[in-house]
Design a binder for this molecule. Structure first.
Ligand code: MN
Length: 264
């Protein structure tokens, strides 16, 4: 079992090494992570500049580690295509301090790393804890190894992304492990305007709550109720095909373009 571990918080983040260490009992682990905090970059790749890779001192004996001057997606692409070309059986991205829930997963570098594994047909796990301070990584690391085992016992018929969020509470306070669906988007951005010298600058913060309408069954609801949330993300992610009568929309556009009735 070969396991690639990455994150979006950078090579020195404690969550990265906690989960890498836990996964060692389960397989051969390789760590490839950004050389700095890349939280919030989503699935972004670096295409317009070169990427540098450093061999870094591993915190776990026998586990090779590299840092990349790039995004989590860059790490996964370089690791699989170039640095460690032998196939990986599993990708784990995390452990992120701070939840990655609902439609906000599209902004997450942690989940972005997992997407890049999924695109390469590797079953991928993104794992987060719901607090940014006094983070209890141990439980999340255990959940990840148990999920990894379960994935391989289950024999997936197609690669999937599993988005895991663990409440930052004592294990004794955890209600249960729950299979969930993604909730709605919970945050938009605030823009802060500043001035240095003569020029105006802007700073985008992803911190504006936009209402509270997470239903039971969603990931947001689950962690709020002290449940460990596991969201399998469908490979047809966000496909709106067949929903809400969109056929009439395309028919209407066809008509207006005068392409109606053409058969090729
Ligand atoms: Mn992060």
């Amino acid at each position: 079992m070969r396991i690639l571990v990455t994150n979006d918080d950078g090579i020195n983040a404690p969550g990265l090494w906690k989960v890498a260490e836990a996964l060692c009992e389960f397989g051969d682990v390789v760590v490839v992570a950004p050389d700095r905090d890349q939280s919030g970059v989503g699935t972004a790749r670096t295409l317009l500049q070169i990427l540098r890779v450093e061999e870094v001192e591993s915190r776990i004996e026998g586990v090779p580690a590299r840092s990349v001057h790039g995004t989590p997606a860059d790490c996964v692409i370089l690791a699989t295509e170039e640095l460690f070309p032998e196939p990986f059986d599993l990708l784990v991205s995390g452990i992120n301090p701070g939840a990655n829930l609902g439609m906000d997963v599209l902004d997450s570098g942690t989940v972005g790393g997992a997407f890049r594994g999924f695109f390469r047909n590797i079953p991928s796990i993104a794992v987060s804890v719901t607090s940014v301070s006094n983070v209890r990584y141990d439980l999340a690391a255990r959940v990840t190894t148990e999920l990894a085992k379960a994935i391989f016992d289950h024999k997936l018929n197609q690669p999937m992304i599993f988005n895991v969020n663990v409440p930052n509470v004592d294990t004794a306070q955890i209600e249960r492990v729950e299979l969930t669906r993604l909730g709605p988007k919970a945050y938009l951005e605030n823009v802060e305007r500043g001035k240095d010298g003569q020029r105006v600058h802007y700073w985008i913060h992803h911190n504006r709550p936009i209402g509270d309408h997470a239903q039971e069954g969603t990931d947001i609801w689950a962690v709020r109720h002290n449940r460990i949330s596991i969201t399998p993300m469908d490979p047809n992610l966000m496909s709106g095909h067949g929903q809400q009568g969109f056929e009439s929309m395309t028919e209407q556009i066809s008509k207006r373009l005068g392409t109606n009735g053409h058969r090729h």
